[in-house]
Design a protein around this ligand. Structure first.
Ligand SMILES: [Mn+2]
Length: 349
């Protein structure tokens, strides 16, 4: 049987921003639900972080989530298995109070998995569902994994050695060794796709931060007999880098940038008024946000085309600063500390 797998939908993200939710909605309306209809999908598995804000949800975002996602699933007669992610749990040390259990009672087609791992048989395949692991459920979870006879596992896992997002490999998560007993493990949590051949991070459906720019997102169609899968990509982007290299403004069609978050990275600008005309075109089509980066002096003239400018993100800048700073503390520890503070601040995953 074919099922759909989606993760890290983060309803209510970016303070419930209309810009972001309009962009998310386009994915559900044009890509996700049409594909489910076309494939006759009856089961969806969601690997956590359905909602974005741990402490609560504003009514507008809740209405949106029901209208755009949960109601259509119910109307289509689709069963959804929903695991608890770190963003769904109110406390850091327990999943006891969580948005999925509190907000979705009216949906008898939604089954939530919030505390201990649960074996669920989909079609004829038993799968171990593993909700977010914290102090409270840690021991029980590890024991369930050890005892499990399932060939497959799915969860919201923070594992070492996988990319958290582009340019940042996680080095302070849990060991992945524990999961090697399964033929395949699938996980949410990190929003970018990566795998080691046995453990697969499937990535989330859409861009939410600058870190996500030009990183393909979407969801997955999976065969339950052998858990082979294919990606269904989301063709829509919200973030765009535009490189200005004395680009003739007359030939520049800006229409696709309407309501987009745009960075213009200036490589060569010999004529200031021509550049202004170029920028005006972006304002004329009403970009949602526009930043101009004139860093052509950076790195001896210009950043290598292949070395993405966007990898000069906050992490890289902080790390570079720590590398270059003169102090006698253990720099890897300082980096880990700064990273955890930064992640906490942005709740990036
Ligand atoms: Mn997430």
């Amino acid at each position: 049987m074919r099922v759909a797998v989606i993760t890290d939908t983060h309803f209510g993200a970016r303070k419930g921003s209309k810009l972001f939710h309009d962009y998310f909605e386009k994915f559900y309306e044009d890509i996700f639900f049409p594909k489910l209809r076309e494939e006759g999908i009856t089961t969806v598995i969601h690997m956590g972080d359905a909602f974005d804000v741990r402490k609560g949800i504003d009514f507008k975002s809740l209405e949106w989530a029901k209208r755009v996602f949960f109601n259509p699933l119910k109307e289509m007669g689709i069963t959804m298995h929903l695991m608890c992610g770190n963003h769904d749990a109110y406390y850091k040390n327990t999943n006891d109070i969580n948005s999925n259990d509190l907000l979705l009672n009216e949906y008898d087609n939604v089954f939530t998995y919030s505390s201990a791992p649960t074996e669920v048989t989909i079609d004829k395949t038993p799968i171990l569902f593993i909700p977010w692991i914290n102090e409270d459920n840690k021991e029980e979870t590890f024991k369930s994994i050890e005892d499990s006879t399932c060939d497959y596992a799915m969860g919201h896992l923070e594992l070492n050695g996988f990319r958290a997002h582009r340019g940042c490999v996680m080095d302070h998560g849990m060991e992945s060794q524990l999961y090697h007993k399964f033929k395949r493990t699938f996980s949410g949590h990190y929003h970018t796709r990566s795998d080691d051949g046995k453990i697969f991070y499937l990535g989330n459906p859409y861009e939410m931060f600058w870190n996500d720019v030009n990183d393909t997102r979407g969801f997955v169609l999976m065969e339950t007999d052998d858990m082979s899968f294919e990606y269904v990509n989301n063709p829509y982007q919200l973030f765009h880098n535009i490189y200005y290299d004395d680009t003739p403004h007359q030939l520049f069609d800006a229409t696709e940038y309407h309501n987009k978050i745009v960075k213009v990275i200036v490589k060569n600008k010999s004529d200031a008024s021509a550049f202004e005309k170029f920028i005006d075109k972006l304002y004329d089509v009403k970009v949602a946000d526009l930043k101009i980066i004139e860093n052509y002096d950076f790195n001896n003239g210009w950043v290598d085309e292949n070395e993405d400018v966007e990898t000069e993100d906050t992490f890289s800048i902080l790390n570079k600063y720590i590398e270059e700073a003169e102090f006698s503390l253990d720099k890897s520890q300082v980096k880990a500390l700064i990273r955890s503070v930064y992640e906490e601040a942005c709740e990036l995953v």
